[in-house]
Design a binder for this molecule. Structure first.
Ligand code: ATP
Ligand code: MG
Length: 348
């Protein structure tokens, strides 16, 4: 039976970059003789407009039965005052699927190293992955807000720490086999359990190394020596901050994919950027974030390493030819870039 992919184009540039990425996927399916059943569903603002719900029942049902989910982007000023918000759809979907691990690969293509706010010698060759725990920690602990005092409870169970650290090691095994676990173990009890658990899990992966770093230090190293990292794993709050810090390194959000994994259900692949309403419907959005999300899906959900590599290398070659979208200082349209990738794939 063919594998099922659910595509959620969403709002703003979501539909444009999804169209582009699905064209690339269609080309790869022909070339590599892959069989996927791909179906689009309404989600986010588009779900509200079409069915009065950011996560319509039919969409949720399809996602739960899917083998992988592709998401464009959601939200925009159109729904600012709507009774239901597009973002509620994404929170609901994450919860329903039990997505606990958010993965953001950070790399800087040679063709655009000059766009990075960091020194060129520090960013050339940067290639690391941020693994963020998504379902625990201070965001979900008990909250008390009084007149003169407030508190947020940070809790982690050992099981929650084990599964995210394991995920980091599994990713490290496919890369340079080094895990940097980030915590604040000199101060926080949750971080002490985190560090001890990371040590224990590391014994299951003798081919990999584990190092620990305090979050304040990690924040500095990410700017000063980002090449020091291979796989960085951390809890929810630290991961929220560090993954946004990391996303600044390449100089444009338009190139960056992400994945969210659950324990056994389908994974969700999406660009890290939003729906970019300021440039929607102009055919100028950079579709690379969505195209690379497709590559991540092929690798992580379907084990199709070669197909994933083909797409990633085609993106690099097209950029090296100077075919760049406006966010990267070029003049290529979304369509130009998409067609150039297809030409590269056919020539490769
Ligand atoms: P959200 O709140 O949904 O995260 P945001 O306000 O952070 O959204 P984004 O939608 O991520 O904003 O866009 C931030 C800026 O980056 C905008 O100016 C947008 O045009 C630009 N941008 C984002 N994605 C792309 C892309 N794929 N191609 C070109 N420009 C992009
Ligand atoms: Mg944002």
């Amino acid at each position: 039976m063919s594998k099922r992919i659910v595509a959620l184009p969403g709002d703003g540039i979501g539909a444009e970059i999804m169209d582009s990425a699905l064209k690339i996927l269609a080309e790869i399916m022909v070339q590599d003789n892959l069989d996927f059943d791909i179906e689009r569903f309404a989600f986010g603002g588009a779900g509200i407009d079409e069915q009065g719900d950011p996560l319509p029942a039919g969409t949720l049902n399809a996602c739960e039965k899917a083998d992988a989910i592709l998401l464009g982007a959601i939200g925009g000023p159109k729904w600012d005052n709507a009774p239901k918000r597009p973002e509620q759809g994404l929170l609901g979907l994450r919860k329903a699927l039990g997505l606990f691990a958010n993965i953001r690969p950070i790399s800087v293509p040679d063709a655009v190293v000059h766009l990075s706010p960091l020194k060129e010698e520090n960013v050339r060759g940067v290639d690391f992955v941020v693994v963020r725990e998504l379902t625990g920690g201070i965001y979900f602990g008990e909250k008390k807000l009084g007149e003169t005092e407030a508190s947020d409870l940070c809790t982690y169970s050992k099981a929650e720490i084990q599964r995210i650290i394991r995920k980091a090691f599994e990713i490290a095994q496919t890369r340079n086999k080094k895990v940097t676990s980030v915590d604040k173990a000199n101060v926080l009890a949750t971080s002490k359990l985190w560090r001890q658990t990371a040590e224990e899990v590391a014994r299951e992966f003798p081919d990999c190394t584990l190092e620990h770093q305090l979050v304040d230090s990690a924040a500095m190293v990410m700017i000063q020596k980002p090449k020091a990292f291979d796989v960085l794993v951390t809890e929810n709050l630290f991961g929220d901050i560090l993954s946004d810090e990391a996303s600044v390194i390449p100089g444009s959000l338009g190139m960056m994919p992400s994945a969210s994994h659950s324990e056994s259900g389908p994974s969700l692949y999406e660009p890290i950027h939003g729906s970019a309403p300021d440039i929607a419907n102009q055919n100028i959005a950079n579709p690379m974030s969505m195209i690379l999300s497709v590559a991540m899906m092929l690798r992580q959900s379907f084990g199709l390493e070669n197909s994933a590599k083909k797409i990633e290398e085609a993106c690099d070659r097209v950029m090296n030819q100077g075919i760049l979208t406006t966010d990267l200082g070029g003049k290529a349209t979304t369509t130009d870039f998409t067609e150039a990738i297809i030409t590269e794939l056919r020539g490769a």
